[in-house]
Write a protein that binds this ligand. Sequence first.
Ligand code: PEP
Ligand code: MG
Length: 553
Amino acid sequence: MRRMPDRGAEPEARRSARRPAEEGERAGRSLAAVAAWLRASAVGSAREAAAILEAQALLVEDAGLHAEVEQRIRAGRTAERAVFEAFARYAARMTSLGGVFAERAADLRDLSRRVVAHLAGEEEGAPGDVLPGYVLVARDLAPADLAMLSAGALLAIVTCEGGPTSHTAVVARERGIPAVVAVRDALALADGTPVVVDADAGEVRVGEAADGARSPAAPAPAGAAAGPSRPASAPSGAAASAPPAPGALADGTPVALLANLGSPGELGAVLAGGAEGIGLLRTELLFPDASSAPGVAEQRAAYGRVFAALPGRRVVVRVLDAGADKPLAFLSPRAEPNPALGLRGLRALRAHEPVLRDQLAAIALAASDHAARVAAMAPLVATVEEARYFVALAHEAGVAEAGIMIEVPAAALLADRMLAVADFASIGTNDLAQYALAADRTLGALAELQDPWQPAVLRLVAEACEAGVRGGRPVGVCGEAAADPLLAVVLVGLGATSLSMAPPALADVRRVLARHDLPDARRLAEIALAAEDARAAREAVRGAAEQGPRLVR
Ligand code: PEP
Ligand code: MG
């Protein structure tokens, strides 16, 4: 392992020898440079990382913060000290608010260090650039650092600070980098000490032969794992096909483990991960640049490539989910004041019914060409009438099974009636959280509201799953929530019959599910539902299920 040196000491509290106007200009230049650097880092970063970096750029540009810096400069401070104090004051306010706000304080401290370093003439650089093939141990690693690290060079991350919802943890999870956060005494390790980071067990094992990231062969209690336990270089792309590995709880209760797919190029990872099928084929990602609707033949071929790789396995094809953060030129209106609340998903398709009919025809034709068990699914269904409309059209086109996504609270609340017309439902927790908490999913600043651990979201999930049990219809989850191993147990406890996720998450979810039987999953679900907020739910369930992160010597 390698320790990342703490960046920059606290600037001295002395009177500046420069004129305030000059110090003000220096501070302004460095604040602007750091904001520009964060924006540049956001370009090319994965979705969640990009949103976080964008939000951090906005924070650095915050007018209130600038006013605090200027006020201190007018009082005779150096630009360095003024920035340090102003950011520290903001961070203290965040800390006093507690919970997830307190975790954001770490972001502020990092941003302050960056601006001060820029004032001192230091260049930005990613720690991983100079640390190939090591476990990185840091007091707290900023998302900006993490976003720039090359996954191949970095085996795993251990931090002393931060919580499971810290942005570092979020970005690590998204990047597939194993991480254990909040290991209080990690910085006591000497550089070069070999460690094994077992994110699944929340353990950093000291003194094993070489640095690495490991998935335990035997079940171990999960800790404050922030990322997957497998190495970041785990099989992907054109990896060899593995037989599907059915998911199950410890008592044998089956939980179908499926993959989310956005392009046929990810099929290798799906097969290598042992997915039992595809729970969400995001077809809008297959034709992102199309200026007109793709023809039936083109679509038939595209879906056929996926079906051909999965004979006998289930493939749920979601019809085009255009609009909001995924606009398609031929379906999305040019300008809407609130696109997430606008003509998106099934609404957009209904306004262009020939496009929907063509797509359903192509799905049915491709299904007849191959042996996959194909179903079609509609996004953003809000009313029972919409569900009935879609199911009728799908069956008419020759698609055997037609389901709906539950992404709008209205659909969850009326799930029993929805499932009286639809063959199955799949809960999209990304949008369900967005609409339940009124928190735009594209804004990093609202990440804590956009958290599927929010008890309000879980209650809606419970409502939908219970309707499925009563009506004898399968109800799965295909939002990001399914990829969080502990939350996956909670979802099954709430009644989810399948979980669909990004392929890298499959192994961890499978392993953690196998540690809990159904009564235990139900107990954990009750604990989550009874919590006050997302953080409390996560911590209470973790406490009830396992032990915290630790160094094992
Ligand atoms: C969801 O909303 O949870 C979902 C799976 O759909 P998407 O993320 O594609 O909107
Ligand atoms: Mg959605």
